[in-house]
Design a protein. Structure first.
Lengths: 464, 481
């Protein structure tokens, strides 16, 4: 809850810092602000309670989700060093928007009232629309931003409509009160708009986490947006979205599990199929990671399908594992593609990674471990993430879902290995890549995190 | 502690090699050899001091949440395979001494990493730990095969990688299922777990594990990755794959599947045996027609694995004991045969059987080594292949006489393709290609001599090995009841 206050203020401060002549202070200042927000987050640890007239609720789970969001944001911002340096960039605005968007993301993890959910989603989304189009001279970026904005606002509209329906059914926006209503024995048929409301609300949220069939914006937007913001989108937005989906379903709608699980399971399977099959054919690393992001949405939905008292932990673990691996992968891509321009734009094909093991063994290792983690190879964090969500799905007896998910994991291994093969087995052109110590530390941290969580998943699981 | 050192020595060795990247070729070769010999020394020590009364092993709590322990221990079955691994890896490293591989430090580090994982597989007493080592063994071998392999290697080894990972994912489903059932992950407790499971669940578990292990061995119809992968990989990777990694499949069948799903084995084991024996005959017939000597041995390897799988699935003491003995014999023989193929290829530049001939005249020594290893492979009495194959056939025959009869064809077919290989390559008139064939050198003898020695020792004193494994096998059979 405290990060919301901290970041609202520091966001404004960052805007004013933009008036300073030297832009150099912006990055360290923003990192410092996010770090403060991260620490302030833990004031709520083991101190659950409602805040702001029952609008927000702090719990250990929401603290963990917020921590993942803030940690990802910190790492992504740190990687932006040197990428927002050109004369047309307005780093003050970007860093301010990033911090504001975090306010929205954190609201999504601890809302107690649907209004707050809506406000959170809107703050996050509007920030993302802007950041997607932030590279003004890039036509693909403009197209992506427009696409994202049109489709996103449509989805938000549907979500708002769903909330209105829910209010009509429950006479309340408070999610705990709604649960009490749903738990009461039904004398008559439940109003239809309850179901319509749940469906629409979920559609809105599933759009944000890019689950199929609401995923069409993802590849284009991921590809069009500057890589730094793509990374932000695929980690922060996804974590926040899943925190919200899990929270609304767990707190409010678990009494009508039988109604929504079919919908969620269908979307999980669709996401897995569409993304993994399409990803095989991708030449662009960024597009491949976009489809990978859709597929991970599918895996995380499995934990939602297997809703039990452990699935919150599973989603936390999965989000963290996914965020660490994704940040490493995008980080490597950013560094490698910066100097390989095609038509004035960074070349983001998988081919750009060719021969990386010779040019920079460190980056190649980071890339390989992140890909192994995304593919879910044992002894990486990604493996345990998958294991936990599979166990959740199995706990509700959905073994056949599990079998499909496992087959799609095998497909996943195929395309996640393409970058590794490119890095280690193909001959590349170009000179050795010199890497500043700063990048080495950040990427070293994310990689070490992937391995550490792979060896000792208890580190996170025991927190809850 | 002894068990842990077997894992730690190669692991530390490989890390040291990675850290000393800048060092010279010979120093990384020697480091790798010394590390693997040290592991072998520990294995010998374990072998000589082994008694069935004391257990060698350690158990640390690893993941409390999932009740997973880092539990390794050595019983007779483990000891045999640990010994095999520790024996073969120094030979595999020595066999590369004539070559200079680029990025040599990484190359040898990966070999030692594979050894680490193999040791872990053969000693793990926790089903999750087994799974980790099982997967971890593949990754270094995949990289060796793909990076240092032939032109087509990245594509072919990638197929192998995806195929085998796909198989182990079935095992993962089984593990998730067992975890959901609240079953203990301890391999020694599998029999207790098995009693909790319905026969339907056991059937499914049988298939989950059988597919995983059948792909690894491989058994028909999951073998399509194997001939290409064996022939396109660089020889050290082929040796690791055929000599050691394929044994993980048989070992898994014995260690995990038999105690965990006895009902599943009773229901479907026969079907698995039929598949294995069809594979055995099919592989042998293809081997007879092969002219590429590396592929020929690849197919012979496939045939032998089929026989071992069938023996294990027969589920009696003869079948299992035979499979264990045959695992060691085949591991040693396959490494020897692939090494001879490498020697021939290095000198003549061809693996085509029709282009060879008359090598005996130039180098009788090689011919003698080849002859002894080949006789071991065709299971002549007094060589290492004989006792294992005999017990396997007896086990299969006891289970089903018809299958035993068909499996018996291996003796004839095996002799046909191996003798054909021997005759066409070694005997006859020498030609332009083989005319300048050089005699075997010191480092080559260092590889061939221990192999030949083991072929004969195991043939003469099979009881040394059978006695070690017998209590452990009885234990497994007890768990199946």
């Amino acid at each position: 809850m405290y990060p919301i206050l901290v970041l609202s203020v520091t966001g404004l401060v960052t805007l004013f810092l933009g008036f300073l002549k030297s832009k150099k202070i912006l990055l360290p200042a923003s990192l410092f602000f996010v770090a403060i927000a991260f620490l302030s987050n833990f004031i709520d640890w083991n101190a659950p309670g409602l805040y702001f007239y029952d609008m927000l609720e702090a719990s250990n789970l929401s603290v963990l989700f917020s921590s993942i969001i803030l940690l990802s944001a910190f790492l992504v911002m740190a990687l932006s060093k040197g990428f927002l340096d050109d004369e047309h960039a307005q780093p003050a605005e970007y860093f301010a928007i990033l911090q504001f968007s975090l306010v929205g993301a954190i609201m999504m993890t601890n809302f107690q009232n649907l209004i707050m959910l809506f406000v959170g989603v809107e703050i996050l989304s509007v920030s993302m629309y802007i950041l997607t189009g932030s590279d003004k001279r890039n036509l693909r970026g403009n197209e992506a931003a427009l696409k994202y904005f049109l489709m996103g606002s449509f989805a938000t509209g549907i979500m708002l409509f769903g909330m209105a329906m829910l209010y009509g059914a429950n006479y309340t926006f408070n999610i705990s009160d709604a649960r009490i209503l749903l738990l009461q024995p039904v004398t008559d048929v439940r109003p239809v708009f309850l179901y319509v409301g749940v469906t629409f609300l979920l559609i809105g949220l599933l759009f944000k986490v890019s689950a199929a069939p609401f995923h069409f914006w993802t590849p284009d937007v991921y590809e069009g947006a500057p890589t730094i913001f793509t990374t932000f989108m695929s980690t922060v937005v996804k974590t926040a979205g899943f925190a919200a989906i899990y929270r609304i379903l767990e707190v409010s709608f678990s009494p009508i599990y039988n109604f929504w699980w079919v919908m969620i399971v269908t979307m999980a399977i669709l996401s897995l199929f569409i993304s993994n099959i399409t990803a095989i054919a991708q030449q662009s690393f960024k597009r491949m990671l976009a489809f990978s992001s859709i597929s991970h949405a599918g895996y995380m939905l499995l934990a939602v399908v297997g809703l039990n008292n452990k699935s919150g932990d599973s989603i936390v673990f999965y989000s963290l594992a996914y965020a660490l691996a994704t940040i490493s992968a995008f980080g490597v891509l950013m560094i490698v593609s910066k100097d390989c321009l095609v038509d004035g734009r960074p070349n983001e094909n998988i081919a750009v990674l060719n021969g990386l093991s010779k040019k920079s063994p460190f980056l190649a290792a980071v890339l390989a471990i992140s890909m192994l983690s995304l593919a879910g190879i044992p002894l990486t964090a990604g493996f345990w993430g998958k294991f936990y969500v599979f166990a959740d799905a199995a706990s509700r007896g959905h073994i056949w879902v599990l079998v499909i998910a496992i087959m799609m994991s095998a497909v996943g291994i195929y395309y996640y290995f393409k970058p590794i093969i490119a890095a280690y087995m193909k001959e590349g052109k170009g000179e050795n890549i010199r890497l500043s110590a700063f990048y080495k530390i950040i990427l070293g941290l994310t990689t070490a995190g992937s391995i550490l969580l792979g060896l000792f998943p208890d580190l996170i699981r025991e927190l809850l | 502690m002894l068990a842990l050192t077997l894992i730690l020595i190669p692991l530390i060795g490989s890390l040291v090699l990675l850290l000393l990247k800048g060092s010279s070729v010979s120093s990384s070769k020697n480091t790798a050899l010394v590390v693997s010999l040290a592991t072998f020394a520990v294995a010998i020590y374990a072998f000589t001091t082994f008694s069935t009364q004391t257990t060698i092993g350690v158990k640390y709590s690893w993941m409390k949440d999932l009740n997973i322990n880092f539990h390794i221990s050595i019983d007779g079955i483990s000891l045999l395979l640990v010994f095999l691994t520790a024996f073969l890896v120094p030979l595999i490293i020595t066999s590369t001494f004539k070559h200079t591989y680029k990025n040599h430090a990484s190359f040898y580090a990966l070999i030692l990493l594979a050894e680490t994982a193999l040791m872990g597989v053969f000693m793990a007493r926790d089903i999750f730990l087994f799974y980790f080592f099982y997967e971890a063994a593949l990754i270094p071998v995949y990289f060796i095969a793909a990076i240092w392999g032939g032109k087509d290697a990245p594509r072919i080894t990638f197929k192998m990688f995806v195929y085998t990972i796909f198989g182990s994912l079935f095992m993962l489903v089984a593990l998730v299922y067992l975890y959901m059932k609240g079953a203990s992950a301890d391999i020694d407790q599998l029999a207790t777990t098995a009693k909790l499971l319905s026969s339907n669940a056991q059937n499914l578990l049988f298939w989950a594990f059988f597919i995983a292990f059948a792909i690894k061995m491989p058994v028909l119809p999951f073998h399509t990755w194997q001939p290409d992968a064996y022939s396109e990989s660089p020889t050290p990777a082929t040796m690791l794959l055929s000599g050691l990694l394929s044994k993980m499949g048989v070992y898994g069948l014995i260690r995990i599947m038999l105690p965990l799903a006895p009902v599943g084995v009773a229901n479907w084991g026969q079907f698995g045996m039929i598949l294995s024996i069809i594979g055995l005959i099919y592989g042998s017939i293809i081997a007879i027609q092969q002219n590429n000597i590396k592929r020929l041995i690849a197919y012979s390897s496939f045939a032998h694995m089929g026989l071992m799988a069938a023996g294990v699935l027969s589920g009696n003491i003869n079948g299992i004991q035979g499979a264990l003995l045959q695992m060691v014999a085949h591991g040693v023989n396959a490494v020897g045969l692939f090494f001879i193929v490498k020697i021939i290829y290095d000198r003549t530049g061809t693996r085509d059987l029709t282009a060879l001939g008359g090598i005996t005249q130039k180098t009788p020594a090689l011919s003698i080594y080849f002859m002894i290893i080949m006789l071991g492979s065709v299971a002549l009495p007094l060589t290492n292949g004989f006792v294992g194959e005999f017990l396997l056939l007896k086990g299969i025959y006891d289970k089903n006489a018809w299958l035993g009869g068909f499996a018996g064809l291996t003796i004839i077919l095996g002799a046909v393709y191996m003798l054909r290989l021997m005759q066409r390559s070694m005997f006859g008139e020498s030609n332009d290609i083989t005319a300048k064939f050089k005699d075997v050198s010191g480092s080559e003898v260092a590889v061939l001599l221990p192999i030949v020695a083991i072929v004969l020792i195991m043939g003469l004193f099979p009881n040394v090995f059978l006695k070690i494994t017998e209590p452990a096998v009885n234990n497994i059979l007890q768990m199946m009841k």
